[in-house]
Design a protein around this ligand. Structure first.
Ligand SMILES: NC(=O)c1ccc[n+]([C@@H]2O[C@H](COP(=O)([O-])OP(=O)(O)OC[C@H]3O[C@@H](n4cnc5c(N)ncnc54)[C@H](OP(=O)(O)O)[C@@H]3O)[C@@H](O)[C@H]2O)c1
Length: 227
């Protein structure tokens, strides 16, 4: 079988880490992109230091990827940040940080990755959130950034139609990852999905027929969204 190449942003922690491990098991060559290093040591894992909010950093990352492959079969735009706070207590820098990481970051990944699209083959998977579909109290910066991400993906899907690439967007509810560690509210972890649950859905999307894309796949714990 021909080598399959995947780019995973936010590979140093949480879902990106699990996605990278899963794709390595599935025989992909994985470019893992985060600001910090991961502890994944695998001959098919290539750790790249990148800040997705920074154009030059993203362009340098693609220069490095270009030394290994001409194209990417899978791009998983997963890097993200999440903070909670009321609109009155959220400094505008924090609001902007969310937009930069969760919306401008995926924009940079798409824009500068265009030359790596393989016609009729590449699958672009974005990890959005249920917070990209509805509002939550004290989550305005994050919600705004995930709504923006969804708008970005919906538009680029139309623009790149002639390329025949697929766009799938996952919109999970809460998942028990390190993203919750800095949240002061005491949410019950037992009411969150596990990363393994997430990987089951991710696998279904990755292994779906090549003529299929998932424009909105929403899934959450059976107890409902965390409020
Ligand atoms: N966990 C949940 O409940 C949940 C639910 C719905 C959606 N999501 C989404 O799932 C994605 C992954 O979240 P997670 O729960 O796995 O969080 P996490 O454990 O905090 O991981 C976030 C990852 O994003 C990377 N990252 C952050 N800013 C970056 C930047 N500027 N450039 C490059 N990488 C950056 C981090 O690496 P560095 O710090 O090393 O850069 C880290 O690898 C996010 O988009 C999140 O919004 C999570």
């Amino acid at each position: 079988m021909r080598t399959q190449y995947a780019l995973v942003t936010g590979s140093s922690s949480g879902l990106g880490y699990e996605i990278s491990q899963y794709l390595l098991e599935e025989e992909y060559v994985v470019f893992g992109a985060s600001r910090s290093e991961t502890d994944i040591t695998h001959p098919r894992f290539i750790d790249l230091e990148v800040d997705v909010t920074d154009e030059e950093s993203v362009q340098n990352m693609y220069d490095d990827i270009g030394k290994e492959t001409y194209g990417l079969h899978l791009v998983v735009s997963n890097a993200g940040i999440f903070e909670m706070g009321s609109v009155l207590d959220t400094p505008s820098e924090v609001f902007l940080d969310h937009l930069k990481t969760n919306a401008l970051g995926p924009y940079n990944i798409l824009k500068f990755g265009h030359d790596f699209m393989i016609k009729d083959v590449s699958h672009l998977i974005h990890i959005s959130s249920i917070a990209g579909k509805r509002g939550f109290e004290n989550v305005s910066a994050y919600c705004a950034s995930k709504f923006a991400l969804n708008g970005l993906v919906e538009s680029v899907r139309e623009e790149w139609k002639s390329l025949g690439v697929r766009f799938s967007t996952l919109m999970p509810g809460a998942i028990d990852t390190p993203i919750w560690e800095n949240i002061s509210d005491d949410f019950e972890r037992s009411k969150m999905l596990d990363p393994e649950d997430f990987i089951q859905v991710f696998e279904m999307v990755v292994k779906s027929p090549p003529n299929m894309q998932f424009s909105d796949i929403t899934f959450l714990h059976k107890s409902g969204a965390l409020e």
